[in-house]
Design a protein around this ligand. Structure first.
Ligand SMILES: Cc1ncc(COP(=O)(O)O)c(C=O)c1O
Length: 488
């Protein structure tokens, strides 16, 4: 259980708005209503929280890799919130860039105007992108970028005179977002169940996931680990119906930072070329330097046809995502209908682009991608010690992206039963121990499977990496006790 924040309070809807007051000598203010301190939980606040059954610590300050709540408790943010805060918290350069842009102009419609931040950000990102990817379409969230990339693939084929090509092929497990097309592309049954009738059919092939493959990633002829499963799927569906194949170059939450074999994406590229299928690399989580190169796909020597990016490209200082495309694809639309059918009010947002520009320039100026590669080696060396813990089955990943998979039995790799909710228990125990990690469940067989991912800011130090290991070990002991207590 989380430390309760204040006294859980009663009737809410008819209450006067809470006011900010000092709290028992604490330097951080807390909300107070009608004499009682309100907990940050449903239904005590007006916020419709993401999790309706827990209390939320209220963060009042962030600095580097650390967050501080109103009680003064510190949290080592080992996952940049949600793989986002790559530059750490409270970066003054990005803060100044946002403020400067807001003072010049906050919003303008991208249908009527262009502006400095979007032009310069596109140029900076294009210089980092592989192959011929050099046109950038900016949106706000990762889900929007995936939605847009898949729609762009479809519109491209329609305007290229191949309207039969509509089918999407994606991996299982995988996650590409929560809007309906992005959710359709995701293999997350628990998220999809109530919306099943609204989702489109997506063809699945198994994701490269060495820890749970029979060959453990060692067999170059394994259809899953080599990528040749894609060819079989395209042939079954009929190549003239397949528009796109979407995959993360390094697995994010869904396979806990699993890294495909070195030849995987070259094989994917060849298959996509052979059958005229667009390869969409989803780099929303693993891109922007996270795996030690600007883009995770760089390490595979393959260029996708379309790429999505988000999360870390603004360091989290503004919601910002993008689709990258080559001129050869955009030109088909330029010569055809004349515009991509995916306009959104907040696309190309000046303040968001200013944040992105400042973040990308900082990554370049301070050589933070190189630092990510260097500190990534330290992270993996230190995290290897966790495999000694009784329920850590595997530690894997690349750069400052690491997945730690929990199992009930290390020899058989049997996961905990889902009812034990191990990943959830671990994540709450970690928060208690002052460590922020990202959990995932269901990857072992669609229902069971518990892992957490760490992906700290690129500015993390070796001492802070040691802190991750120490706090992780404490949380592991607490989670095992909590799960055992629940089973009794
Ligand atoms: C690989 C991947 N694609 C897409 C998304 C969707 O991004 P967002 O949550 O910003 O909509 C996510 C989010 O975690 C992701 O990890």
């Amino acid at each position: 259980m989380l430390r309760p924040y204040g006294i859980p309070c009663i009737a809410l809807a008819r209450r006067a708005p809470p006011r900010i007051v000092a709290f028992r000598g604490s330097i951080w203010p807390v909300r107070k209503t009608g004499g009682g301190v309100t907990a940050y939980r449903f239904p005590d606040s007006n916020v419709f929280y993401r999790k309706l059954g827990r209390s939320y610590p209220r963060i009042v300050r962030g600095e580097g890799c650390w967050l501080y709540d109103e009680q003064g408790k510190d949290y080592l943010d080992a996952v940049g919130g949600a793989y986002v805060a790559n530059l750490g918290h409270s970066n003054p350069d990005v803060a100044d860039a946002l403020a400067r842009q807001a003072r010049e102009f906050g919003y303008l419609s991208a249908t009527a105007f262009t502006h400095g931040p979007v032009e310069e950000l596109a140029r900076e990102l294009a210089a980092s992108l592989p192959g011929d990817l050099d046109k950038l379409y900016f949106l706000s969230s990762g889900s929007e970028a995936v939605e847009a990339a898949l729609k762009l693939a479809r519109q491209y084929w329609v305007e290229a005179g191949k309207p039969g090509k509509h089918r999407i092929i994606a991996l299982a497990p995988s996650y590409h977002g929560n809007t309906l097309l992005a959710l359709s592309a995701s293999a997350r049954e628990q998220y999809k169940l109530p919306f099943r009738e609204w989702l489109v059919d997506v063809t699945r092939i198994p994701a490269s996931y060495a820890y749970r493959c029979e060959c453990r990633g060692a067999d170059a002829a394994c259809p899953t680990c080599s990528g040749t499963a894609l060819e079989a799927a395209i042939r079954r569906a009929g190549a003239d119906t397949v528009a796109a194949f979407i995959a993360e170059p390094v697995g994010g939450s869904s396979t806990g930072a699993s890294t495909p074999r070195p030849e995987y994406f070259r094989t994917i590229r060849e298959i996509c070329d052979r059958y005229q299928v667009l390869f969409v690399a989803d780099e929303i989580l693993c891109g922007a330097g996270r795996t030690g190169t600007w883009w995770a796909v760089d390490q595979y020597g393959a260029t996708p046809d379309l790429m999505t990016m988000g999360k870390g490209i603004s360091g989290g200082y503004a919601p910002l995502s993008a689709v990258a495309a080559p001129e050869r694809i955009v030109d088909v639309i330029a010569q055809g209908s004349g515009s991509f059918l995916h306009a959104q009010t907040f696309s190309f947002h000046p303040v968001a682009c200013a944040a992105g520009l400042a973040a990308v320039r900082l990554l370049k100026r301070d050589r933070l991608v190189e630092r990510c590669a260097r500190l990534g080696r330290v992270l993996h060396e230190r995290l290897a010690a966790l495999t000694r813990l009784p329920h850590v089955g595997d530690v894997r990943g690349r750069g400052l992206l690491a997945g730690i998979e929990f199992v009930e039995d290390k020899t058989s790799r049997a996961p905990f039963p889902r009812a034990a909710r191990f990943a959830e228990a671990f994540t709450e125990a970690a928060l208690q121990a002052g460590l922020v990690v990202w959990p995932n469940v269901g990857h072992a067989d669609g229902v069971s499977g518990d892992l957490v991912v760490v992906a700290p800011p690129f500015i993390i130090t070796e001492q802070e990496i040691d802190q991750i290991v120490t706090r992780f070990t404490t949380a592991h002991t607490a989670a095992v006790s909590a799960v055992n207590a629940g089973a009794r």
